[in-house]
Design a protein around this ligand. Structure first.
Ligand code: IPD
Ligand code: CA
Ligand code: CA
Length: 257
């Protein structure tokens, strides 16, 4: 199955690459910072058509179209274009993220880093891979030597969730903090040892499904800000190399929400 997921993620990535910096329709979702482009929808259609043809009977939970056959044994959890704001402005950091769950457990995940043409993949219990080569989280134990990443939610103007306070706190504790704009890529860069930690206050199942498995299979840890186990339906996520995890938890917990 993993080869099939990789195949469709790359096909969707090709559609996205073809649309990059071209004219495409843009609509607003909840507000003027929350966009969906024609290319998000095209990518999603390609993936959904593929599943219907290759895996009839499998369910789907996809960002732009919602949920189908939610009681099916297998559910594909899809972000057809993660990093839409980057894509819409021509910043070349965006991805396709596909996780497959069986009876509620993620068994496979693929993130396609479109402009770098890199496939991150993992199957439960079999390790994580970058273009077929095994990857591992960093071994860094020191926050002062850590490169961290975060993201900001679209409802930040109505509910800021202490994102700036947390960002500020980590600026003083870590070597540096980044904000790339694609949560699925943030997870994969933790998995491959580029980032030592990634936190975000509000994510959705399609942002989490593939990336969480890829980090765990690379030897990392993914929890909420208090260190509790999470499902793909949790909102807060902290994904790290495991070693800086508790240090990051303590800083995140300085702020309540
Ligand atoms: C967004 C990106 C971003 C994160 C947001 C997500 P989208 O996904 O992953 O990095 O900060 O929380 O919603 O809307 O581009 O698919
Ligand atoms: Ca997303
Ligand atoms: Ca998306």
């Amino acid at each position: 199955m993993i080869r099939k997921i990789e195949e469709v993620a790359k096909q969707a990535g090709e559609v996205i690459r073809e649309g990059y910096r071209k004219d495409f329709g843009i609509e607003y979702k909840t507000n003027k910072s929350d966009l969906v482009t024609e290319i998000d929808k095209r990518s999603e259609k390609l993936i959904m058509d593929f599943i219907k043809k290759e895996f009839p009977g499998h369910g789907i939970l996809s960002e732009e179209s919602g949920s189908f056959d939610k009681n099916a044994e297998y559910i594909w959890v899809i972000d057809p274009l993660d990093g839409t704001t980057n894509f819409a402005h021509g910043l070349p950091i965006f991805s396709v993220s596909i996780g497959v769950q069986r009876k509620g457990e993620t068994i496979a995940g693929v993130v396609y880093d479109v402009m770098r043409d890199v496939v991150y993949s993992a199957e439960k219990g079999s390790g994580a891979f970058e273009n077929g080569k095994r990857i591992f989280v960093s071994k860094n134990a020191d926050l002062e030597q850590s490169l961290l990443v975060t993201g900001f939610p679209y409802n930040i103007k109505s509910n800021p969730h202490h994102v700036i306070e947390r960002f500020n706190a980590f600026l003083f504790e870590a070597r540096a903090v980044r904000r790339l704009g694609s949560a699925a890529i943030d997870f994969c860069y933790v998995a491959s040892g580029i980032f030592d930690g990634f936190w975000e206050v509000i994510l959705n199942p399609w942002d989490i499904a593939a990336g969480k498995l890829i980090v765990e299979e690379a030897g990392g840890r993914v929890t909420d800000f208090k260190g509790n186990e999470i499902s793909i339906f949790s909102k807060q996520i902290l994904a790290t190399n495991g070693i800086v995890h508790e240090k990051m938890e303590r800083i995140l917990q300085r702020f309540q929400d």
